[in-house]
Design a binder for this molecule. Structure first.
Ligand code: AMP
Length: 215
C-alpha cells in the first residue's frame, strides 16, 4: 500500500504514520525526520537544510526530491510506504508522479488531515521529543511521568527549534501558500480523502484507517 499523508504541521501526521507503519509493516518516509537526522549528523545536506528549517521555511525541492527517490527505491519500502511530510510543493508533487511512473507503482490514497490553526499552535508549542529515542510527549496532552525525562529510555526531552510560536506561525503560512493547493491536485485525481484530525489519537487513528481502506 502506497500512501501520502498531507496536512499542516502539528496535524498529527507523524504520530499516525508511525502507528500505521508499525501495525501494517509499511515503511514511514518522513522527510522532516530524515532532514533533522542529517542536521544532527552535520552532513553537507544537513548543513544546507538547517537554515531553512530553523526559519520555518521549506528546504529546496531538489534536496527533498533526492531523499524521497532514494528512500522509495530502498528494499525496506518495497512492501509499501507512507509519505509523511512530502510532497509539500507542486514541484515535489510532479516529481513524485515521475518517480511513481518510473516504478510503475501508483499511489493508493492521499489522506488529508484537517485540523484548526489554534489547536495546531497548542499541539506544537507543547510538543517535546526525547533527544535519545525520539519518543514524543506533550506538556498538556501526553506529559512525561518524570519532568523533562523520557518515560521510555530516560533521555532528555527537548523542544524542536522550529516548534517556537513565531516559527510555527511561519510554517503555517508556508503550508497555506505552498502545500494546501496540493489538496486540489490530488482531489482532481480522485485520490484524496479528508480525515478529521482534531480528536484523540485513537479516534483519529480509526479515521485514518477508514480513509485509507484498512480495517
Ligand atoms: P516536519 O517535521 O515535517 O514538520 O518538517 C520540519 C521541517 O523540515 C520543515 O519545516 C521544512 O523546513 C523541512 N521539510 C520537511 N519536509 C519537507 C519537504 N517535503 N519539503 C521541504 N522542506 C521540508
Amino acid at each position: 500500500m502506497r500512501l501520502v499523508f498531507l496536512g499542516p504541521p502539528g496535524a498529527g501526521k507523524g504520530t499516525q504514520a508511525s502507528r500505521l507503519a508499525a501495525d501494517h509493516g509499511l515503511c514511514q518516509v518522513s522527510t522532516g525526520d530524515i532532514l533533522r537526522q542529517a542536521v544532527a549528523n552535520g552532513t553537507p545536506m544537513g548543513r544546507k537544510a538547517r537554515e531553512f528549517m530553523d526559519a520555518g521555511r521549506l528546504v529546496p525541492d531538489e534536496v527533498v526530491i533526492g531523499i524521497v527517490r532514494d528512500k522509495l527505491a530502498a528494499p525496506e519500502c518495497a512492501k509499501g510506504y507512507i509519505l509523511d511530510g512530502f510532497p509539500r510543493t507542486s514541484g515535489q508533487a510532479r516529481a513524485l508522479d515521475d518517480i511513481l511512473l518510473d516504478f510503475s507503482a501508483p499511489l493508493d490514497r492521499v489522506a488529508a488531515f484537517v485540523v484548526d490553526e489554534n489547536s495546531v499552535v497548542e499541539r506544537l508549542s507543547g510538543r517535546r521529543t526525547c533527544s535519545a529515542c525520539q519518543a514524543m510527549f506533550h506538556v498538556k496532552f501526553a506529559p512525561p511521568k518524570a519532568g523533562g525525562q523520557c518515560d521510555r529510555c530516560g533521555g532528555t526531552l527537548v523542544q524542536r527549534d522550529d516548534d517556537r510560536e513565531e516559527v510555527i506561525r511561519k510554517r503555517l503560512s508556508v503550508y497555506a501558500e505552498s502545500t494546501r493547493p496540493l489538496l486540489d491536485y490530488y482531489r482532481q485525481q480522485g485520490l484524496l480523502t479528508e480525515v478529521s484530525a482534531g480528536g484523540a489519537v485513537d479516534v483519529v487513528y480509526a479515521a485514518v484507517k477508514a480513509a485509507v481502506g484498512i480495517r
